[in-house]
Design a binder for this molecule. Structure first.
Ligand SMILES: [Zn+2]
Ligand SMILES: [Zn+2]
Length: 336
């Protein structure tokens, strides 16, 4: 079978590799659709994200759906022919975090497409039954691949503890911002501001139910002032330090800021006294926990739209081209 390996920054080559063999609890999946994530693009561009460095050829991709073509001896919940989505992280199941239900914090989690674990840009994957979810027939493989970013959005709104009627600002209208917007609406947010630097993305945010959208790269319209120090919740999905500074401008006293998008530096200017005197709550949100079954229900029930996020598709053989397109057109697409 073919696997697409990142061999050095900017270069992906196709290699013939043997079909993976199955352990008793695994299923063999023929990959049907894989989304390109911002983290994949960062690895493609620079070969690293923080302390994660691509040191040997690596298959990227962790937003994946496919079809079961073989099952291990002990598999009971899946059958050949099932259409499935994969949760891309396999936690150890033993540590204190796994045992307390916060397996996204497992230090030994094996996460697809993160060095040194190979990801999904290949023809077949052997995967544990436990993290393989059957999807209904009304979900396309492309929509199902995006259950992964939907999961990130669901988890972020859980961390934000959004309450009915909340005023919410979502900074960044990329794929994560747009699914977080939809998850926030489901949670009952009454007024949602979405900011970004690209009008194309903001138009989609508007179509998905944002109350107001603002291009923060342009002269700010007056509606922005309505949100200053007025938001119960600010969810930062953009990756610039400006967005972090804006989080503190939007959040109201006693409010909650949730950081989802990775920031360029761990040394960010936060005024600790503001946290004290305004009793601000600052949370991180990392990947997700127990979200896939819910994500499947919400997308299937048309409460979350992932189809609208898909801007362009490429064949596996054209993966190099897809990454180049993603790099060169960052303001003109949502998801490839
Ligand atoms: Zn991702
Ligand atoms: Zn663990």
């Amino acid at each position: 079978m073919k696997g697409m390996y990142l061999v050095k920054p900017g270069v992906i080559v196709s290699k013939d590799v043997p079909l993976p063999s199955l352990t008793p609890n695994e299923v063999l999946i023929k990959v049907k659709a894989v989304g390109i994530c911002g983290s994949d693009i960062e690895y493609f561009k620079s070969g690293r994200i923080g302390n994660f460095v691509v040191e040997s050829p690596l298959i990227l991709g962790h937003e994946v759906s496919g079809e079961v073509v073989d099952i291990g001896r002990d598999v009971t919940s899946l059958r050949i022919g099932d259409r499935v989505a994969l949760e891309p992280g396999i936690p150890c199941g033993k540590c204190v975090f796994c045992r307390s239900g916060r397996y996204n914090l497992c230090p030994d989690i094996r996460f697809m497409g993160t060095p040194p674990i190979d990801g999904a840009f290949r023809e077949y994957i052997a995967y544990p039954e436990t993290f393989t979810y059957k999807i209904p027939d009304d979900l396309s493989f492309e929509e199902a691949a995006l259950l992964e970013p939907v999961s990130v959005g669901i988890h972020a709104t859980r961390r934000a503890d959004i309450q009915p009627g909340d005023v919410v600002a979502i900074l960044g209208a990329g794929p994560i911002g747009l699914v977080t917007l939809q998850a926030a609406r489901i949670k009952g947010a009454a007024d949602i501001l979405v900011t970004d630097l690209a009008d194309y993305r903001l138009e989609i945010a508007k179509a998905l139910g944002a109350t107001n959208v603002v291009n923060v790269g342009k002269k700010n319209p007056s509606c922005l002032t309505d949100y200053l120090k007025a938001c119960d919740v600010v969810i930062q999905t953009a990756t610039g330090l400006e967005a972090l500074a804006q989080s503190f401008q939007f959040v109201k006293r006693g409010g909650r800021i949730v950081l989802v998008g990775h920031l360029p530096s761990s040394q960010v200017p936060i005024d600790p006294n503001l946290l004290i005197v305004e009793e601000l709550n600052l949370f991180g949100s990392f990947r997700y926990v127990n979200t896939f079954p819910i994500a499947i229900k919400l997308v299937s029930a048309k409460l979350i739209n992932t189809k609208i996020l898909i801007s362009k598709t490429f064949s596996l053989a054209d993966l190099q081209m897809a990454f180049k397109y993603a790099l060169e057109n960052s303001h003109n697409y949502i998801k490839i």
